[in-house]
Design a protein around this ligand. Structure first.
Ligand code: GDP
Ligand code: MG
Length: 505
């Protein structure tokens, strides 16, 4: 069934023109739950908390691009602990809240005396108590420098309750899948080594990506006979179908096998990490192993690996409360290096930035656009719950969000051009013919912008969305016309004075 797009668009249209208002009852920075799993009546219910997400996205300046770092993996493997360290690092790096205590010669992590367990951190805890399941996003974006003068927003996402026994495979897949869909840098936290079942889980969850590829190929209608199969997905249409997801990084915790453990020589440890990943991903003869690896490669632009050593036995004790002095030096050195790697938004002469803004089909998203996608995907999971989504369902969610964003961008393009001519700040009056001409020019610009973006999914939905653009700019045109009329120096003269003047003579 076709989604009724014009109806959806009116409701879903993100507001790009007016800055969203930030009205939070709780302004203390903390992790906000954007997805919760389980309700009183249904342990497998999937609930998306849109208002929490919107409140976070509203803190990102209009038009800025957004990087999303998300950590997934088994329960109690130090994910929230790591994310809390990310916060401490970002606090010292970030342009909007650079700490004043800088320059005393100590490393950023040496200035942290205690890593808080709750306040100001992602809740990490000792003990075996099971946390609630779901997905959390840090309440505040961090702003990092990008290219000259430009900045990007960075959002951190924590997931909880995955892979443990009483979570169904479907729900685990839903959390992993949503994390994959919304992140530009996904960290897959694993204990001690990358195991075959970690790879299989990743392949299963990134099945979403493969389905999206397949559905897109179908929708594009290039060649109905070409089936994009697991094996040839990347090669058959390599020019137009790139991997749908950007980056997956295995983060191995408690690694015990470094040849060198010299904390001043992290570089040779990094060489060992790369060698290890190469070994794990090396083509295997058995065809199911090979398939798993091909699947992963076709879903992610980049697969990488980092390793951390054990943080020290004090850290794993139940009563450990975050005393940084009790953490092993090597762990902290690796942590330092890891933070630099993950939050590398500028790159260097020899390498591109490791952290990139979230893209969908190669296009970098703004906060509003990212919000549209997350909402669309989350609603999809809300509807299907623990069931695996069909390719069509995935495509529909993606194209719905894409159309909504394309409509907003089209209308924006129109308004921008017309604002210069006849917006509230404009001063000159234009003759009706001039206005008509500008309107036509701006309409063309709007449609070109729309067409450039709304290029996949149901034809009918795209057509409906295009009509919504035209309808809205027709309305806006009337507003511009009346604004322009208000500047007519002859207005009033023509209607009242002119007849009098004529009568006088
Ligand atoms: P999460 O469930 O994956 O978010 O795990 P937490 O971050 O809440 O940490 C669970 C426990 O593991 C806490 O007691 C931490 O002190 C401890 N921990 C944190 N990092 C590491 C690590 O790298 N290795 C080990 N063995 N334990 C860790
Ligand atoms: Mg946690």
């Amino acid at each position: 069934e076709e989604p009724n797009n014009s109806e959806l668009l009116d409701d879903d249209l993100p507001s790009t023109s007016s800055p969203p208002s930030i009205e939070s009852t709780n302004d203390i920075p903390s992790a906000r739950q954007i997805v919760s799993i389980g309700s009183a009546s249904d342990a497998y219910a999937f609930t998306f908390h849109e208002e929490e997400l919107n409140a976070i996205l509203a803190k990102i300046p209009v038009g800025w691009k957004v990087c999303v770092v998300s950590v997934v993996g088994a329960f109690r493997t130090g994910k929230s602990f790591l994310l809390s360290w990310f916060l401490r690092y970002l606090e010292t790096q970030c342009v909007n809240r650079r700490s004043s205590a800088e320059g005393d010669g100590r490393k950023w992590y040496e200035r942290v005396q205690t890593l808080n367990q709750h306040e100001g951190s992602f809740d990490w805890r000792g003990g075996t108590e099971r946390n609630t399941t779901g997905m959390w996003m840090w309440s505040d974006p961090y702003f990092l420098p990008r290219n000259e003068g430009e900045e990007v927003a960075v959002l951190l996402v924590d997931t909880q309750g995955m892979f443990d026994h009483d979570t169904t495979v479907g729900l685990t897949a839903a959390i992993f899948g949503l994390s994959t869909l919304l992140s530009s840098y996904q960290i897959y936290n694993v204990d001690k080594r990358i195991q075959e079942d970690n790879l299989q889980q990743l392949a299963l969850f990134s099945e979403y990506g493969r389905m999206a590829l397949e559905a897109e190929a179908k929708a594009a209608g290039v060649d109905k006979d070409v089936q994009v199969s697991k094996q040839d997905a990347p090669s058959t249409k390599a020019d137009t179908l790139t991997a749908p997801f950007q980056k997956i990084e295995f983060l191995v915790r408690d690694w015990q096998n470094f040849d060198t453990e010299d904390e001043t020589d992290i570089a040779s440890m990094e060489a060992e990490m790369a060698a290890y990943l190469g070994h794990v991903l090396a083509e295997r003869a058995a065809s199911d192993l090979k398939e798993t690896r091909d699947q992963i490669h076709s879903c992610f632009e980049e697969v990488s690996c980092f390793m951390m050593t054990h943080p020290g036995f004090a850290v794993v004790k139940n009563k450990y409360e975050g005393d940084v002095n009790k953490i092993e030096r090597l762990f902290l050195s690796l942590l330092d290096r890891y933070c630099q790697r993950v939050f590398d938004t500028t790159g260097s002469d020899s390498s591109p930035p490791r952290l990139q803004p979230k893209t969908v089909r190669g296009r970098e998203l703004s906060a509003v656009e990212l919000g549209t996608y997350i909402k669309s995907y989350a609603q999809m999971f809300e509807q299907i719950g623990a069931h695996f989504p069909k390719a069509e369902t995935m495509l529909e969610a993606t194209s719905k969000a894409n159309n909504t964003n394309a409509v907003a961008a089209g209308i924006d393009a129109y308004i921008q051009l017309m604002n210069d001519v006849a917006g509230p700040q404009a001063s000159d009056y234009h003759r009706p013919e001039e206005m008509e001409l500008k309107h036509r020019e701006a309409s063309e610009r709007a449609l070109a912008t729309f067409d450039g973006m709304a290029n996949f999914g149901s034809r009918k939905a795209i057509q409906d969305a295009r009509k919504a653009v035209l309808k809205k700019i027709e309305k806006d045109y009337q507003v511009f016309l009346s604004l322009n009329d208000g500047r007519n120096p002859l207005l009033g003269f023509e209607t009242y004075l002119l007849p009098m003047v004529v009568a006088f003579f």
